[in-house]
Design a protein around this ligand. Structure first.
Ligand code: SF4
Length: 228
Protein backbone atom coordinates (compact mmCIF):
# COMPACT_ATOMS: atom_id res chain seq x y z
CA UNK A 1 0.00 0.00 0.00
CA UNK A 2 1.29 3.51 -0.79
CA UNK A 3 2.40 5.88 1.96
CA UNK A 4 -0.55 7.41 3.79
CA UNK A 5 -1.55 10.76 2.38
CA UNK A 6 -3.30 12.86 5.03
CA UNK A 7 -6.21 15.06 4.09
CA UNK A 8 -9.52 16.40 5.42
CA UNK A 9 -10.65 12.85 6.24
CA UNK A 10 -7.85 12.71 8.85
CA UNK A 11 -8.55 16.15 10.34
CA UNK A 12 -9.56 16.60 13.97
CA UNK A 13 -9.60 20.41 14.16
CA UNK A 14 -11.86 21.54 11.29
CA UNK A 15 -10.53 25.06 11.48
CA UNK A 16 -11.97 25.86 8.05
CA UNK A 17 -15.43 25.90 9.63
CA UNK A 18 -14.59 26.81 13.24
CA UNK A 19 -12.01 29.56 12.48
CA UNK A 20 -10.72 29.36 16.01
CA UNK A 21 -7.34 27.65 15.84
CA UNK A 22 -4.56 26.51 13.56
CA UNK A 23 -4.79 24.50 10.38
CA UNK A 24 -3.10 21.09 10.43
CA UNK A 25 0.07 20.81 8.33
CA UNK A 26 -1.63 18.65 5.70
CA UNK A 27 -4.60 21.04 5.37
CA UNK A 28 -5.70 21.83 1.80
CA UNK A 29 -7.00 25.25 2.92
CA UNK A 30 -3.60 26.20 4.31
CA UNK A 31 -1.94 25.00 1.10
CA UNK A 32 -4.07 27.25 -1.11
CA UNK A 33 -3.09 30.79 -2.08
CA UNK A 34 -5.68 33.56 -1.74
CA UNK A 35 -5.47 33.91 -5.51
CA UNK A 36 -6.51 30.26 -6.01
CA UNK A 37 -9.45 30.67 -3.61
CA UNK A 38 -10.57 33.90 -5.33
CA UNK A 39 -10.34 32.22 -8.72
CA UNK A 40 -12.84 29.60 -7.56
CA UNK A 41 -15.11 32.16 -5.90
CA UNK A 42 -15.24 33.93 -9.27
CA UNK A 43 -16.66 30.76 -10.82
CA UNK A 44 -19.75 31.37 -8.66
CA UNK A 45 -19.81 35.13 -9.10
CA UNK A 46 -19.31 35.23 -12.86
CA UNK A 47 -21.69 32.43 -13.83
CA UNK A 48 -25.38 33.11 -13.20
CA UNK A 49 -26.35 29.44 -12.94
CA UNK A 50 -23.57 28.56 -10.53
CA UNK A 51 -24.46 31.52 -8.37
CA UNK A 52 -28.19 30.77 -8.42
CA UNK A 53 -27.60 27.13 -7.51
CA UNK A 54 -25.13 27.93 -4.75
CA UNK A 55 -27.43 30.55 -3.24
CA UNK A 56 -30.54 28.34 -3.49
CA UNK A 57 -28.75 25.38 -1.88
CA UNK A 58 -27.40 27.50 0.98
CA UNK A 59 -30.73 29.23 1.57
CA UNK A 60 -32.59 25.92 1.70
CA UNK A 61 -30.02 24.53 4.12
CA UNK A 62 -30.40 27.63 6.30
CA UNK A 63 -34.18 27.90 6.16
CA UNK A 64 -35.23 24.28 6.38
CA UNK A 65 -32.39 22.73 8.39
CA UNK A 66 -33.78 19.64 10.09
CA UNK A 67 -37.31 20.50 8.94
CA UNK A 68 -37.55 19.35 5.33
CA UNK A 69 -37.05 15.84 4.01
CA UNK A 70 -34.95 15.44 0.88
CA UNK A 71 -38.14 15.16 -1.21
CA UNK A 72 -39.23 18.56 0.08
CA UNK A 73 -35.75 20.03 -0.32
CA UNK A 74 -35.62 18.95 -3.97
CA UNK A 75 -38.99 20.61 -4.60
CA UNK A 76 -37.85 23.79 -2.88
CA UNK A 77 -34.55 23.72 -4.79
CA UNK A 78 -36.30 23.21 -8.13
CA UNK A 79 -38.61 26.15 -7.38
CA UNK A 80 -35.77 28.45 -6.38
CA UNK A 81 -33.69 27.77 -9.49
CA UNK A 82 -36.78 28.31 -11.66
CA UNK A 83 -37.03 24.71 -12.88
CA UNK A 84 -40.28 23.85 -14.64
CA UNK A 85 -39.54 20.36 -15.94
CA UNK A 86 -37.94 17.63 -13.82
CA UNK A 87 -36.29 14.56 -15.29
CA UNK A 88 -36.28 11.37 -13.22
CA UNK A 89 -33.51 8.89 -14.02
CA UNK A 90 -34.92 5.88 -12.26
CA UNK A 91 -33.87 2.34 -11.52
CA UNK A 92 -36.54 -0.03 -12.87
CA UNK A 93 -36.63 -1.63 -9.40
CA UNK A 94 -37.63 1.70 -7.90
CA UNK A 95 -40.31 2.59 -10.43
CA UNK A 96 -43.02 2.55 -7.78
CA UNK A 97 -41.06 5.08 -5.69
CA UNK A 98 -40.50 7.17 -8.83
CA UNK A 99 -44.22 7.08 -9.59
CA UNK A 100 -44.96 8.48 -6.12
CA UNK A 101 -42.22 11.08 -6.49
CA UNK A 102 -43.61 12.11 -9.90
CA UNK A 103 -47.07 12.47 -8.37
CA UNK A 104 -45.69 14.73 -5.64
CA UNK A 105 -43.75 16.80 -8.19
CA UNK A 106 -46.86 17.21 -10.36
CA UNK A 107 -48.87 18.24 -7.31
CA UNK A 108 -46.28 20.98 -6.86
CA UNK A 109 -46.73 22.24 -10.40
CA UNK A 110 -43.79 20.60 -12.17
CA UNK A 111 -43.79 18.82 -15.49
CA UNK A 112 -42.16 15.40 -15.10
CA UNK A 113 -40.39 13.09 -17.50
CA UNK A 114 -39.03 9.78 -16.17
CA UNK A 115 -36.77 7.27 -17.89
CA UNK A 116 -36.06 3.81 -16.53
CA UNK A 117 -32.59 2.32 -16.50
CA UNK A 118 -33.66 -0.51 -18.81
CA UNK A 119 -34.97 1.79 -21.53
CA UNK A 120 -33.63 0.88 -24.96
CA UNK A 121 -33.78 -2.77 -23.87
CA UNK A 122 -30.19 -3.52 -24.95
CA UNK A 123 -28.58 -6.82 -23.96
CA UNK A 124 -25.78 -6.68 -21.36
CA UNK A 125 -23.72 -8.97 -23.55
CA UNK A 126 -23.72 -6.31 -26.29
CA UNK A 127 -21.29 -4.21 -24.26
CA UNK A 128 -19.22 -7.18 -23.13
CA UNK A 129 -20.87 -8.35 -19.91
CA UNK A 130 -20.18 -12.07 -19.39
CA UNK A 131 -23.52 -13.99 -19.70
CA UNK A 132 -22.85 -15.62 -16.31
CA UNK A 133 -23.68 -12.24 -14.72
CA UNK A 134 -27.11 -12.18 -16.32
CA UNK A 135 -28.51 -15.25 -14.52
CA UNK A 136 -29.80 -13.45 -11.45
CA UNK A 137 -30.39 -9.97 -12.81
CA UNK A 138 -31.58 -10.70 -16.35
CA UNK A 139 -30.23 -10.01 -19.82
CA UNK A 140 -31.18 -6.34 -20.22
CA UNK A 141 -28.48 -3.82 -19.38
CA UNK A 142 -28.91 -0.70 -17.30
CA UNK A 143 -28.42 2.10 -19.82
CA UNK A 144 -27.59 5.32 -17.97
CA UNK A 145 -26.12 6.97 -21.07
CA UNK A 146 -29.43 6.47 -22.85
CA UNK A 147 -31.29 7.82 -19.81
CA UNK A 148 -29.12 10.95 -19.92
CA UNK A 149 -29.57 11.37 -23.69
CA UNK A 150 -33.37 11.05 -23.42
CA UNK A 151 -33.54 13.56 -20.57
CA UNK A 152 -31.20 15.91 -22.47
CA UNK A 153 -33.54 15.68 -25.46
CA UNK A 154 -36.52 16.39 -23.22
CA UNK A 155 -34.71 19.57 -22.11
CA UNK A 156 -35.44 19.00 -18.43
CA UNK A 157 -34.31 21.73 -16.06
CA UNK A 158 -33.20 19.38 -13.30
CA UNK A 159 -32.34 15.67 -13.31
CA UNK A 160 -33.10 13.61 -10.22
CA UNK A 161 -31.45 10.21 -9.78
CA UNK A 162 -33.67 7.58 -8.19
CA UNK A 163 -31.62 4.57 -7.17
CA UNK A 164 -29.24 4.09 -10.09
CA UNK A 165 -26.55 1.48 -9.41
CA UNK A 166 -23.02 2.41 -8.40
CA UNK A 167 -21.22 3.22 -11.64
CA UNK A 168 -24.40 3.54 -13.65
CA UNK A 169 -24.98 6.75 -11.71
CA UNK A 170 -21.45 7.85 -12.66
CA UNK A 171 -22.21 7.43 -16.35
CA UNK A 172 -25.56 9.18 -16.04
CA UNK A 173 -23.87 12.19 -14.39
CA UNK A 174 -21.14 12.13 -17.04
CA UNK A 175 -23.62 12.34 -19.93
CA UNK A 176 -26.43 14.44 -18.42
CA UNK A 177 -26.24 17.97 -19.70
CA UNK A 178 -28.29 19.68 -17.02
CA UNK A 179 -27.98 19.91 -13.28
CA UNK A 180 -28.34 16.61 -11.43
CA UNK A 181 -29.20 15.76 -7.85
CA UNK A 182 -30.05 12.47 -6.13
CA UNK A 183 -33.19 11.48 -4.29
CA UNK A 184 -32.28 7.85 -3.63
CA UNK A 185 -28.81 6.30 -3.45
CA UNK A 186 -29.17 2.62 -4.06
CA UNK A 187 -28.18 0.13 -1.36
CA UNK A 188 -29.94 -3.18 -1.91
CA UNK A 189 -28.95 -4.45 1.53
CA UNK A 190 -29.66 -1.44 3.69
CA UNK A 191 -32.98 -0.17 2.30
CA UNK A 192 -31.20 2.50 0.22
CA UNK A 193 -29.60 3.97 3.30
CA UNK A 194 -25.89 3.35 2.63
CA UNK A 195 -24.71 5.38 5.61
CA UNK A 196 -26.12 2.67 7.92
CA UNK A 197 -23.02 0.58 7.13
CA UNK A 198 -20.85 3.40 8.52
CA UNK A 199 -23.09 4.03 11.53
CA UNK A 200 -22.87 0.31 12.29
CA UNK A 201 -19.15 -0.04 11.52
CA UNK A 202 -18.36 -0.53 15.18
CA UNK A 203 -21.08 -3.14 15.61
CA UNK A 204 -22.85 -5.25 12.97
CA UNK A 205 -20.71 -3.98 10.09
CA UNK A 206 -17.40 -3.97 11.94
CA UNK A 207 -16.02 -6.26 9.25
CA UNK A 208 -15.65 -3.12 7.13
CA UNK A 209 -12.97 -1.81 9.51
CA UNK A 210 -11.22 -5.13 10.05
CA UNK A 211 -10.37 -6.37 6.57
CA UNK A 212 -10.62 -5.39 2.90
CA UNK A 213 -14.03 -5.97 1.35
CA UNK A 214 -14.45 -9.60 0.29
CA UNK A 215 -11.93 -11.06 2.76
CA UNK A 216 -13.20 -13.69 5.21
CA UNK A 217 -13.36 -12.66 8.86
CA UNK A 218 -13.15 -15.02 11.82
CA UNK A 219 -15.92 -13.59 13.99
CA UNK A 220 -15.04 -15.93 16.87
CA UNK A 221 -11.85 -13.89 17.43
CA UNK A 222 -13.40 -10.45 17.64
CA UNK A 223 -15.85 -8.62 19.83
CA UNK A 224 -17.76 -5.38 19.47
CA UNK A 225 -15.33 -3.53 21.72
CA UNK A 226 -12.10 -4.37 19.95
CA UNK A 227 -12.09 -1.70 17.29
CA UNK A 228 -10.08 1.36 18.16
S1 SF4 B 1 -9.70 22.11 5.25
FE1 SF4 B 1 -8.11 21.91 6.81
S2 SF4 B 1 -9.14 22.45 8.71
FE2 SF4 B 1 -10.73 22.00 7.22
S3 SF4 B 1 -11.22 19.83 7.52
FE3 SF4 B 1 -9.66 19.96 5.89
S4 SF4 B 1 -7.73 19.70 6.99
FE4 SF4 B 1 -9.24 20.24 8.52
Amino acid sequence: MSEKCFSCVDCGVMNCVKRSGAYPEFCPTAALTQEEIDEVTDIYLKNRTNRKVAVAAAEIEGEFYGKYTRVEEIIEFAKRIGAKKIGIATCIGLLEESRIFARILRLNGFEVYGVSCKSGSVNKTTVGVDPKYTCVTGPVMCNPILQAKVLNKEKVDLNVIVGLCVGHDSLFIKYAKGLTTSLITKDRVLGHNPVAALYQSRAYYKKLLLAPVGEEIDYSKISVGNIK
